[in-house]
Design a protein around this ligand. Structure first.
Ligand code: EPZ
Length: 454
């Protein structure tokens, strides 16, 4: 089954932190950042694409895989179901792609010749959305699935009714029993379905289910995120018949089987935006490389409007701090609007603008948990309903703070970079769910950042 190398590497990777829960990140703020930082592959593309492994005997070979906790959880879930594979370790082991920053991309070769079981345990997937992404592919492959109710960041209601509605219309019988969803169907059949609202993983789940369904499926009002398009590109490489006559619509002619493929995962636009904001905050002169500027149009427009010193090159951004920043009024929206996953990080930048900014969060109903912690650093932010008022420019100072979710963690790290003195961020394991080697990447840029465990 799973190669020993894979298990050992996973254990090595995980052994770095024997208990992921009590990680503390300490930052001595005020250090100027300079140099190059390379962006890893997109976690939110890799998650559905690893789930697609269930759709065929394979093998699938991915490059530019981000080795973050959420990906390790998905790999462990695939192992439970019966996947075999080889995960190249970091730095110099196995088939890796050398990258200019000295950090290596990762590749994984994984196959599912036969399913051992269509059941994924809760302890495997409780922390991420990984489990819900397995529902469609497992139903499509073997007509049965048992996955835990999805976990993921506590950022508000994480409904899955579109996923379930679409799969039931395709013929699945789905029941929720305690913490699990169990689903059965003889064979999924094609449907016409218009999403009541934009859902990234909802679109991805039904795309994968439709790839092996009987007949034709038409999905409308689909999410437009680049990660959805990257999944569709992978499925086409696997032999799926998917067309998109207009943005937001997919037409899928179901196949009886799919085959393996090689795929390079797209760059992580949220990681790229996070380092771009870090450069605007504390950059002497940083280059964020390996990016796709077209994926960050909205952020670039906002930064330009603020007067931030950002230059766009071929596949890279250049950012300098020190500019006098104007305030902004921002609303999070589905792609191509301003991404909710950069809302917390931008809020940190807006504490340094000269004036009052407004940030309205329209995607999730509890995604301002970073505000209280930023205020402990000396920010002046007030939340009124779905809107945050940010009064700048605030002089940030070090403090002991605590993070609650993945993107809030990044926002607090950015705050620590500009706060005078030491900032200690507790519960920081969240950061490692979605950012590959962030402390190391920031250290290479000159940040005084260390990780400890208590
Ligand atoms: C994906 O989450 C991303 N996660 C999130 O990134 C991202 O914030 C979100 O899309 C943006 O929309 C992954 O791709 C793994 P949604 P997802 O379904 O798919 C409502 C990060 O930090 N909705 O697009 O779970 C839902 O409640 C993470 O990397 C329904 O009502 O989000 C939410 O308000 C955080 N019914 C809105 O739609 C459904 O069936 C967007 O949800 C599904 C969603």
């Amino acid at each position: 089954m799973y190669s020993v190398a894979l298990i050992e590497r996973q254990n090595v990777a995980r052994a770095r932190f024997h208990n992921m829960k009590n990680i503390i990140i300490s930052i001595q703020g005020g250090r100027p950042l300079a140099g190059r930082v390379a962006v890893s592959g997109a976690k939110n593309a890799a998650l559905p694409e690893l789930a697609a492994v269930c759709l065929s005997p394979g093998p699938l070979a991915f490059s530019n895989l981000p080795l973050v906790e959420d990906i390790k959880v998905m790999v462990a879930a695939l192992r439970e179901i019966g996947a075999e594979g080889e995960l190249d370790g970091p730095l110099g082991e196995g088939r890796v792609e050398a990258r200019t920053d000295g950090l290596q991309g990762h590749t994984i070769r994984v196959a599912m010749p036969a399913l051992r079981s269509p059941r994924v345990s809760r302890q495997t997937t409780q922390t991420t959305r990984a489990s819900i992404l397995l529902l469609g592919p497992l139903l499509a492959r073997c007509g049965e699935a048992r996955v835990s109710m999805p976990g993921g960041c506590p950022i508000g209601e994480r409904k899955i009714d579109f996923h379930l509605q679409g799969l039931e219309l395709m013929g699945a019988e789905i029941r929720s029993e305690e913490d699990y969803l169990t689903a059965r169907c003889r064979r999924l059949r094609g449907i016409e379905y218009e999403f009541p609202g934009k859902s990234v993983t909802g679109t991805e789940n039904l795309l994968m289910a439709a790839a092996l369904a009987e007949g034709t499926t038409v999905l409308r009002n689909c999410a437009l995120e680049p990660e959805v398009d990257d999944l569709a590109a992978l499925l086409r490489k696997m032999g799926a018949a998917i067309s998109s006559p207009e943005a937001g619509t997919f037409i899928i002619h179901g196949r009886t089987s799919l085959h393996g493929a090689d795929h390079a995962i797209i760059p992580d636009r949220i990681e790229a935006g996070t380092y771009l904001i870090a450069g605007c905050l504390a950059g002497n002169d940083i280059i964020v490389e390996g990016v796709e500027p077209a994926h960050l149009g909205c952020l670039l427009d906002i930064l330009a409007g603020m007067g931030a010193d950002v230059r766009i090159g071929a596949g890279e951004f250049q950012a300098r701090g020190g500019a006098t920043l104007a305030p902004a009024a921002v609303v999070t929206e589905p792609y191509p609007g301003f991404p909710t996953d950069l809302q917390a990080q931008l809020t940190t930048l807006l504490t340094q603008a000269e004036g009052v900014s407004r940030v309205r969060e329209t995607i999730f109903n509890d995604r301002f948990r970073h505000v209280g912690e930023l205020n402990r650093l000396g920010a002046d932010i007030e939340v009124r309903g779905d809107e945050a008022l940010i009064r700048g420019r605030a002089r940030l100072h070090g403090a002991v703070i605590k993070t609650t979710d993945l993107r809030a963690s990044a926002a607090l790290v950015l705050g620590g970079l500009v706060a005078t003195g030491e900032t200690r961020i507790e519960n920081s394991y969240q950061l490692f769910r979605g950012y590959e080697n962030m402390p190391e990447k920031l250290q290479k840029l000159g940040a005084a950042i260390t990780i400890t465990q208590e």
